[in-house]
Design a protein around this ligand. Structure first.
Ligand SMILES: *[C@@H]1O[C@H](CO)[C@@H](O)[C@H](O)[C@H]1NC(C)=O
Ligand SMILES: *[C@@H]1O[C@H](CO)[C@@H](O)[C@H](O)[C@H]1NC(C)=O
Ligand SMILES: *[C@@H]1O[C@H](CO)[C@@H](O)[C@H](O)[C@H]1NC(C)=O
Ligand SMILES: *[C@@H]1O[C@H](CO)[C@@H](O)[C@H](O)[C@H]1NC(C)=O
Length: 464
């Protein structure tokens, strides 16, 4: 049934003009409704609460079913981008005696990584389990701390990624840190980058606890320092990578469309760009939000802004333009380190989308072909791959070390790795197990499948 529907959509929403037009019309129509019901405006009925636990209003069910399912344009960041309100505990440094002696010949060679395709492979049983736990690492943020939140099953912790054509040794935190002496990393992007940085920090903190040395007001951008290695990791909050004015309150409830400036890179990362030796850039689902697009002090049009007298350009317009712009900037820069572009991460909402009761109840990985990448995910990834290919050619002419990390297929096979209802603490306390609670099928539990991203990055960076 599911496959049929996807095939139908693939057929129906091909890339030709007529179908794009149809899609556009449906998008606008859908958004008219969605905007009215989901996003706050003066006419919203008072019962629509911004609180996450309240299911979204049933009225959206009147939207034509097929396009809605494949077009989760109302993907709201209420689930994904809640500011962290907990203050970060400043971790303690392990006594130096626990660190292994320095090994001088572990010189990194980031230039030589092309031999193995780390991104095609299978998940295989791993009885050893993760290298850290929610007890050993205190850097896991609440929404990712699935076990603490009451997730009952443990099977999802006992798998590892095995590329088909080569070995992927387990992450070696000491070797990684040692090869990163006097270096700095930045992960730049949205809440998936934040999810990723927590995973990396937890894996590294088995050797040395990092010290938080910077955070912005809402703890969205942060930096950590590993004193024994003079190694720094930053996460920089820049969900659009270009300059954006976002009108959302503390709960992620939007009062107006995002204003996107497609000819200006976000200074949050651009100004520091040359200071980092390693950078992982990415973006993604924020582009699905209602937005008004600007370039050269001109308003070009918008996406999903039925109340404005503007041309609907579609989110793919801004997505492609942004990625092209960002990658061109990188490719023609003087950056002397290594820059990864990470493709966008697929979600696993089943039987609905984020906003329409979708869940992710699986407890095991799936095999290739058992789960289909959603149409929308494909659309975004294809843009990324195309623009990357073009920019990579320019980068290599210019001597810039730009690489792709494409975790999509690996991630797609792990529908079991998300918090689901356990994004919140004990979601079923005082409720029955079938109570409707908001699910998160986009971010990853920690420990969890996202840890394998670091196994691969380590191979690409340290072992070359
Ligand atoms: C870790 O998870 C367990 C459940 O497996 C929970 O009882 C415990 O409180 C959690 N500890 C922390 C520090 O998150
Ligand atoms: C890392 O950060 C610390 C503290 O902010 C700073 O003193 C140090 O120079 C940085 N090291 C590198 C390699 O960037
Ligand atoms: C904005 O300016 C750039 C550079 O001058 C130009 O290439 C581009 O076409 C302009 N865009 C618009 C929409 O005018
Ligand atoms: C919408 O824009 C068009 C073209 O710019 C203009 O002709 C029309 O009067 C505008 N409509 C409204 C309601 O402002």
């Amino acid at each position: 049934m599911r496959t049929l529907r996807i095939d139908y959509l693939k057929h129906k929403f091909g890339y030709n003009q007529k179908n794009l037009l149809l899609k556009l019309v449906l998008t606008i129509f859908f958004f008219g409704l969605a905007f009215k019901f989901v996003f706050f405006n003066s006419m919203s009925p008072p019962e629509i609460s911004p609180v996450l636990e309240h299911p979204f209003p049933k009225k959206t069910d009147t939207v034509p079913e097929q396009p809605q399912k494949q077009n989760p344009l109302v993907f709201s960041q209420q689930v994904t981008e809640n500011p962290t309100t907990d203050l970060e505990p400043v971790p303690q440094l392990l006594p130096v005696s626990e660190l292994e002696p320095q090994n001088e010949d572990q010189v990194m060679s980031p230039s030589n990584t092309g031999k193995c395709d780390y991104f095609s492979g299978d998940w295989v049983p791993n009885p050893v389990g993760p290298v850290y736990t929610n007890e050993s690492c205190d850097l896991i943020e609440g929404p990712q701390n699935c076990l603490k939140n009451g997730r009952p099953d443990r099977g999802f912790l006992y798998w590892k990624w095995a590329p088909r054509d080569c070995d992927l040794p387990p992450f070696d935190a000491y070797k990684f840190l040692n090869s990163m002496r006097d270096k700095s990393w930045a992960l730049i992007g949205d809440s998936i980058s934040r999810n990723h940085v927590q995973s990396l920090l937890c894996m590294l903190s088995t050797v040395e606890k990092p010290v938080l040395v910077y955070h912005d007001e809402l703890y969205k951008s942060k930096s950590w320092h590993f004193p024994s290695f003079n190694f720094n990791i930053s996460v920089i909050w820049s969900p659009f990578l270009v300059e954006a004015a976002i009108f959302e309150d503390f709960n992620g409830v939007s009062s107006s469309e995002v204003e996107l400036y497609l000819d200006k890179l976000d200074s949050k990362w651009k100004d520091q760009f040359l200071n980092f030796d390693y950078i992982i850039m990415s973006c993604g689902k924020w582009f699905l939000k209602p937005a008004i697009y600007h370039e050269n002090d001109t308003t070009l049009g918008c996406h999903a802004c039925p109340k404005r007298n503007l041309t609907e350009l579609g989110f793919t317009f801004a997505y492609r333009k942004t990625i092209k712009f960002v990658l061109n900037f990188i490719a023609s820069s003087n950056h002397k380190g290594l820059i990864f572009y990470r493709t966008f991460t697929p979600d696993h909402f089943e039987n609905g989308e984020w906003s329409s009761g979708g869940t992710c109840k699986r407890t095991k990985p799936v095999k290739e072909g058992e789960i289909e990448n959603k149409y929308l995910n494909k659309l975004l990834r294809d843009i990324e791959l195309e623009e990357f290919r073009k920019a990579a050619a320019e980068a290599s002419r210019n001597g810039v070390n730009l690489k792709l990390v494409d975790f999509v297929s690996l991630s797609l096979l792990r529908p079991d790795g998300h918090p689901g209802p356990y994004r919140a603490f004990q979601p079923f306390a005082n409720k029955d197990q079938n109570a409707k609670v908001q699910n998160d099928c986009l971010h990853w539990c920690l420990p969890g499948p996202i840890d394998s991203w670091n196994d691969i990055l380590m191979e690409m960076v340290v072992n070359g």
